[in-house]
Ligand binder design. Structure first.
Ligand SMILES: [Zn+2]
Length: 64
């Protein structure tokens, strides 16, 4: 059917690795455990690895 496919991935803004986009329907997201439910990704342009690093750094800055 003449539907154009958009690329399923983008490049990480930090390391340039491919980021595969997860396309989940709300009904599928509901099935995921809480830890995997991330309504907001703080760094959508980064791969999970770089994102974790960034979060780690930002967490370290906020010492309670
Ligand atoms: Zn990266």
């Amino acid at each position: 059917m003449g539907v154009k496919k958009k690329p399923d991935y983008m490049k990480c803004g930090s390391c340039g690795r491919k980021i595969v986009r997860q396309r989940l329907r709300p009904s599928e997201i509901r099935k995921l455990p809480k830890s995997q439910r991330r309504p907001e990704r703080p760094y959508p342009e980064l791969c999970p690895t770089c994102m974790r690093e960034k979060i780690k750094k930002s967490v370290r800055e906020v010492v309670e």
